[in-house]
Design a protein around this ligand. Structure first.
Ligand SMILES: [Cu+2]
Length: 163
């Protein structure tokens, strides 16, 4: 009896550890309490953070700034003429929809070179809609919930028999 209980407990723990937890999309406030401003080192703000598709960047700033998404070359040279998007609402929310590196700068002259530039590396997330590239990995993970349900059902059956 004691052995069975230990076995069940062990199995239960093993399943819990093996099951992938659902990864929820996160909101990141750029620069935290400092927000989107000149003189902030956004390189150190991004370091240690992992951004995934589905996450959101929130830029908070006063009037006189913008958030422009730009290409890498324009990020490096602080060029705003070819911006992919622009906003100056004071609270710009950017949903990270694609994997890869995304670049944002402030379009007000002097601000980008003054530090208002940020690049974020976005990895493919589990919250994204399935694409052909993730098909190979999703087939493996799709099996585990079914297996888990079967195992949990079997454990429940065993526990009920013991009681
Ligand atoms: Cu600015």
């Amino acid at each position: 009896m004691a052995f069975s209980n230990a076995l069940i407990l062990g199995l239960f723990l093993a399943i819990n550890m093996a099951l992938p937890l659902p990864i929820l999309a996160k909101d990141y406030v750029v620069g935290d309490t400092t927000g989107w401003a000149i003189g902030t080192d956004y390189g150190s703000w991004t370091s240690g953070k992992t951004f995934a598709v589905g996450d959101t960047l929130v830029f908070n700033y006063g009037s006189g700034h913008t958030v422009n998404e730009v290409k890498e070359s324009d990020y490096k040279s602080c060029t705003t003429g070819n911006s992919l998007s622009t906003d100056s609402s004071g609270a710009t929310t950017i949903k990270l929809k694609t994997a890869g590196t995304h670049y944002f700068i402030c379009a007000v002259p002097g601000h980008c070179s003054g530090g208002m530039k940020i690049s974020v590396q976005v990895k493919a997330g589990t919250t994204a809609t399935p694409t052909t590239t993730s098909a190979s990995t999703s087939s493996a993970t799709n099996l585990s919930p079914i297996a888990a349900v079967l195992i949990v059902s079997w454990i429940s059956y065993c526990v009920l028999r013991l009681v």
